[in-house]
Ligand binder design. Structure first.
Ligand code: C2E
Ligand code: MG
Ligand code: MG
Ligand code: MG
Length: 274
């Protein structure tokens, strides 16, 4: 048996049998099976206006493992990005989100936001594959929102701006996800064709009491307003956080205070009872 921790509290790895690596190999082949058998499900979390009206939803993937139940994307997306399996997973996500977006629109939800991986942007056929997937659905402009993180902008940014422009031409809107946590320089904001900026939930946490978080968030809200970019606060969990964000004119909110991510039928029920 392999001990995970030594008495000094440090992780102990055997050079012969590395449990971590072994687990990764196992996960990777399980993930391959998951892709082949489509063991994924999209959950949807509402994005609401400061007044509480439904504005859109974010699609969040879950891996429905036959024995282990739902596995969080935080656990398998980083691995899928390492192995390249993220490409097949992303195509499944985009197609499923398009498929559901018609139902959602009929239920009064104007847009569906999908998380894009930086890995997708480095493939030559990325824009074509997006076009091929969304074409049959005849979406309205703005019905699909591409969420990207600042990390997408780290490599060869002029090439990335061109790709984002092509996504815009396909009718997608662009949202900057987890804003404030990446390493990209702020100067890209003057050139990027982004319509939305999602303030990372670490800055929203306890915003009414944490003066540093409050200062950063107010700064982001002012900057976005002057650049004409709509703002979304992520991870709103309390009434006090909501009140603070309303006071400083954040446009949209998302978080457990309103609703956690739900399977589509449960989300539709939530919309009905709202
Ligand atoms: P994200 O895009 O920033 O998504 C928001 C995450 O915050 C979600 O976690 C959501 O469940 C969680 N969240 C929402 N409201 C609250 C709140 O009030 N409090 C707290 N503590 N958390 C809240 P989730 O679903 O586990 O997803 C984690 C990350 O995995 C996402 O972060 C995104 O980066 C990635 N991800 C999820 N689905 C996909 C996908 O389809 N494709 C790709 N490439 N990445 C995905
Ligand atoms: Mg997101
Ligand atoms: Mg985020
Ligand atoms: Mg995140």
């Amino acid at each position: 048996e392999v001990k995970r921790r030594g008495s000094n509290g440090l992780q102990w790895f055997s050079p012969v049998f590395d449990e971590g690596a072994q687990l990764q190999i196992q996960r990777r082949s399980q993930l391959q099976e998951a892709i082949a058998q489509q063991q994924f499900e999209l959950f949807y979390q509402p994005i609401v206006s400061a007044q509480g009206a439904i504005h859109g939803v974010e699609a969040l993937i879950r891996w429905k493992h036959p024995e282990q139940g739902f596995i969080s994307p935080a656990e398998f997306i980083p691995l899928a990005e390492k192995t390249g399996q993220i490409i097949a997973i992303s195509e499944w996500v985009l197609n499923q989100a398009c498929m559901d977006s018609q139902t959602l629109r009929e239920a009064g939800v104007p847009h569906v936001a999908v998380n894009f991986s930086p890995m997708q942007f480095y493939r030559d056929d990325f824009v074509e594959s997006v076009e091929r997937i969304i074409k049959p659905y005849n979406l309205r402009p703005g019905q699909l929102v591409a969420e990207i993180t600042e990390n997408v902008l780290m490599r060869d940014s002029s090439h990335i701006f061109e790709i984002l422009q092509q996504l815009r031409e396909l009718g997608l809107e662009i949202a900057l996800d987890d804003f404030g946590t990446g390493y990209a320089s702020l100067s890209y904001l003057t050139r990027i064709p982004a319509q939305r900026l999602k303030i990372d939930r670490s800055f929203i946490d306890n915003i009414h009491q944490n003066t540093a978080n409050a200062a950063i968030t107010r700064g982001i809200l002012t900057m976005a307003a002057e650049l004409g970019i709509a703002t979304v606060a992520e991870g709103v969990e309390t009434e006090a956080e909501l009140a603070y964000l309303q006071r400083y004119a954040c446009d949209y909110m998302q978080g457990f205070l309103f609703c956690k991510p739900l399977p589509l039928p449960e989300l539709l029920a939530w919309l009905n009872h709202k």
